[in-house]
Design a protein around this ligand. Structure first.
Ligand code: BTN
Length: 235
């Protein structure tokens, strides 16, 4: 596996995309860094991570991406993170649609996937993951948690990364099979939960997702599909 370790960079997603534009890189090339100066989160947010304490990395997917949809890639990555936390670290986690990994109802990891298309097909995909590992306190982020907070242990970042990549490599052999595990780990699946939309706060039962990656909620006996920007979790 082609793993590049950097002392610092703006964002591992941006770094990987920029290197890919210069020359073609092999499938599963991974860049990880001790410090991001402009770490990116979802919907234009920033991803802040204490220097040297956490895993901030991006993986390049180039093989068979034409057969995948953006949501399938999201599902495979989400399921792989949860499986890996459970198998290797005995940490229970859930997927909070669309991009968060929660443990004990707090955010342990976030995923930012950037797909590069040729027409309707994905030519390659840059999967960025931020996992809170050894950081102990999170200023102004009351909903964040780390592996150290959960287990009381410190972890070696590189070993964690290698184990994760091995599991991902294996899971990519059967992407559809892995994606089928998604509901098993979906946060609040089949449970009544409060949400906020432009119409106000309401309750719905999480029934799953549609193929485009919209969240399916049962609201007053109707099944409604919500896009990411239409909905906020109130948990
Ligand atoms: C989110 O939860 O908002 C997504 C966070 C994704 C953060 C990771 S850290 C490594 C990669 N590089 C970035 O700039 N962002 C992602």
């Amino acid at each position: 596996m082609n793993i590049v370790k950097l002392h610092a960079t703006t964002s591992t997603n941006d770094e990987l995309k920029s290197r890919m534009r210069e020359s073609e890189l092999p499938h599963l090339t991974t860049i990880y860094t001790m410090e991001q100066t402009r770490g990116k989160g979802q919907r234009g947010a920033t991803w802040v991570s204490e220097k040297g304490k956490n895993l901030t990395f991006s993986i390049l997917l180039t093989e068979k991406t034409q057969n995948l949809t953006p949501f399938l890639i999201n599902q495979i990555l989400s399921v792989t993170i949860v499986q890996w936390l459970k198998k290797d670290l005995q940490v229970q986690a859930k997927i909070k649609w669309p991009n968060d990994i929660l443990s004990v109802q707090h955010k342990l990891a976030g995923i930012l996937i950037e797909n590069i298309f040729f027409g309707k097909e994905i030519t390659y995909s840059v999967v960025g993951i931020g996992l809170n590992v050894n950081q102990e306190t999170f200023e102004n982020l009351p909903r964040a948690i780390s592996l150290k907070n959960i287990t009381g242990r410190e972890f070696d970042l590189e070993s964690l990364l290698i184990n994760f990549l091995n599991l991902l490599k294996n899971n990519l052999r059967d992407p559809l099979g892995v994606a089928q595990e998604y509901y098993k780990y979906l946060f609040k699946y089949n449970q009544i939960t409060s949400f906020k939309s432009s119409k106000g706060i309401f309750e719905g039962i999480v029934k799953g997702t549609d193929p485009d990656g919209k969240l399916l909620l049962q609201v007053n006996d109707k099944l409604i599909a919500f896009e990411v920007k239409e909905l906020e979790w109130m948990y």
